[in-house]
Design a protein around this ligand. Structure first.
Ligand SMILES: Nc1ncnc2c1ncn2[C@@H]1O[C@H](COP(=O)(O)OP(=O)(O)O)[C@@H](O)[C@H]1O
Ligand SMILES: [Mg+2]
Length: 255
């Protein structure tokens, strides 16, 4: 059996009277793709925010390997090897693709001004180009990030996270807003990332994208984990079908 890289145990997060996560536990094997799916508002992004240190869980424990992440700040967690992308792309749109990736090289804590204004080291440039090649964007290195098609912007964001050489990569709806063709291509890039040894947890509203990509799936609904297993077993689970279909959601939309 593969080693567990990541564990969340009994994580609860409240916002005032709303319990966004209720006693959620997941365990992620090293080198796997783990998908967290669920309808809008299920608590998927909140889970990422708690894991990456944006919010502190009210209850529960979070571990990366032998290190506890609970209560640490975003920079500490990044330095321990957790990188993430966001549901809505957060690129520096005025900067080149290359500079966006170079910003990731220092695990997110390099002061931006100095880095951009100062000369870039050959080492940084080489590493950025290597990372861009891994997502198929080496030809766009000098392009302003904001001018790329949205599918390519998502790749830049992925490359920036990869430049951090993370052990755990959190992807929040990486295929949201992409055409079917772009989504299929990005899914292939995510597989290649996993094949380099990076453990991936992705949040996905679109059940079909997640099912095609993930080794293991957990389903959240109203902040609670309602099912977990292989894509095949989860897809057949009546609770999951109810969560998606019972409310008129096809799982196809990105609304
Ligand atoms: N910072 C916040 N303050 C208050 N409520 C929040 C905050 N972040 C998320 N929520 C609420 O928590 C619930 C889960 O949200 P979210 O994790 O974004 O869901 P998902 O990503 O699954 O669509 C929603 O009801 C949302 O409105
Ligand atoms: Mg979300």
């Amino acid at each position: 059996m593969a080693d567990r890289l990541f564990r969340a145990e009994g994580v609860t997060k409240r916002f005032g009277g709303l319990t966004a996560l209720k006693d959620v536990s997941i365990e992620v094997d090293e080198g796997s793709i783990f998908a967290v799916i669920g309808p809008n508002g299920a608590g998927k992004t909140t889970l990422f925010n708690v894991v990456s240190g944006v919010y502190r869980a009210d209850e529960g424990a979070i571990w990366l390997g032998g290190s506890t992440l609970h209560g640490l700040g975003t920079h500490r967690i990044a330095r321990l090897g957790v990188a993430r992308t966001f549901q809505i792309t957060r690129l520096f749109k005025q900067l080149s693709v290359m500079d966006n990736v170079i910003l990731g090289l220092g695990r997110g804590d390099i002061p931006m001004g100095g880095l951009i204004r100062g000369p870039r080291s050959k080492e940084a440039v080489d590493k950025a180009l290597e990372t861009l090649a891994a997502v198929g964007l080496e030809k766009s290195a000098d392009t302003k990030a904001g001018t790329l098609p949205y599918g390519d912007q998502r790749r830049v964001e992925l490359a920036r996270a990869m430049a951090m050489k993370p052990r755990l990569l959190l992807l929040d709806e990486p295929c949201a807003g992409l055409t079917h063709h772009e989504a299929v291509n990005l899914a292939e890039v995510v597989r290649q990332v996993r094949d380099t040894g990076v453990t991936v947890v992705l949040v996905e509203h679109n059940m079909h994208v997640a099912m095609g990509l993930a080794d293991h799936v957990a389903v959240l609904d109203h902040g609670e984990k309602i099912a977990e297993g292989t894509p095949e077993t989860v897809q057949r689970n009546p609770l999951v079908i109810e969560a998606y279909l019972g409310r008129g959601e096809s799982g196809e939309s990105h609304a």
